[in-house]
Design a protein around this ligand. Structure first.
Ligand SMILES: Nc1ncnc2c1ncn2[C@@H]1O[C@H](COP(=O)(O)OP(=O)(O)OP(=O)(O)O)[C@@H](O)[C@H]1O
Ligand SMILES: [Mg+2]
Length: 243
């Protein structure tokens, strides 16, 4: 079932086209990465889906959640309030869900930090708190705009695994913007590659689990080529990978 449907989405800023006739469907429980060069309109697209920018052409539909609030957003930086504890930050804007705070804190690994203040948290813990806040209202879609790009490689990998755990636990559908092809390959079921502005969908890649390192490397080279950053990759050996 499609939880997010985008049809013919176009957007310009003062007559400068940024997004051009984007079509995208994200299905229930699916993790889709949005990959594209800097300035191609990824954050613009996410802001439109989040309902933060009503000025666009085309159709953007998010399925209704059980409780109305159907979109949660996580940004590159955690955007926590320094004067509020972790518990209060998670509850910010979600006061009706007090009974869920312990469960969501446990799910993101922050059970023992509920009374801490943001300055006492590492970057990874702060981002866990931001994820908990975004998920507390049980949104139908979690939108993440380069959520891990400020973190070191080890913390990033732990948080990739956290998102995969949360998807398994709550069935959350996710749309994740990233610059990092390997992150997209590890995290997502599908990668949507956007081109330079006015950007269109250049390619959609279903990643699937169980691909060998060779196949992943080849896919990475293909996507880089698609984005104009690399020479055409050599064909992979016949029989090694049927896509
Ligand atoms: N509020 C705005 N007013 C005018 N132009 C804007 C505005 N927001 C974004 N743009 C322009 O729209 C284009 C897309 O910006 P956007 O931030 O969506 O790109 P992005 O793909 O998220 O880039 P990055 O990967 O660097 O975060 C850019 O050319 C940007 O300058
Ligand atoms: Mg951006």
């Amino acid at each position: 079932m499609a939880v997010l449907t985008i049809k013919g989405l176009s957007k310009d800023f003062a007559g400068q086209p940024v997004l051009e006739r984007i079509d995208l469907e994200v299905h229930s429980g699916e993790i889709v990465s949005l990959l594209g060069p800097s300035g191609c309109g990824k954050s613009t697209l996410l802001r439109i889906v989040a309902g933060l920018d009503p000025d666009y052409e085309g159709e953007v539909r998010v399925a209704e959640g059980e409780e109305g609030r159907s979109v949660g957003v996580v940004f590159q930086e955690p955007r926590l309030f320094p004067w509020l504890t972790v518990r209060q930050n998670i509850l910010f804007g979600n006061k009706g869900h007090r009974e869920r705070v312990e469960a969501i804190a446990e799910a993101v690994g922050l059970s023992r930090c509920l009374h801490a203040f943001p300055k006492q948290l590492s970057g990874g813990m702060a981002q866990r708190c931001a994820i908990a806040r975004a998920l507390l209202g049980r949104p139908r879609v979690l939108l993440c705009d380069e959520p891990f790009s400020a973190l070191d490689a080890f913390t990033r990998r732990q948080l990739h695994d956290l998102l995969l755990d949360l998807r398994d636990r709550y069935g959350t559908t996710m749309l994740v913007v990233t610059h990092d092809i390997r992150e997209a390959l590890y995290l997502s079921d599908r990668i949507v590659v956007l081109g330079q502005t006015p950007s269109r969908v250049l390619r959609e890649v279903t990643t699937g689990t169980g691909r060998s390192e060779n196949e992943q490397a080849h896919l990475e080279a293909e996507i880089l080529y698609e984005l104009g950053f690399e020479r055409e990759p050599l064909p992979i050996h016949v029989g090694e990978w049927a896509s």
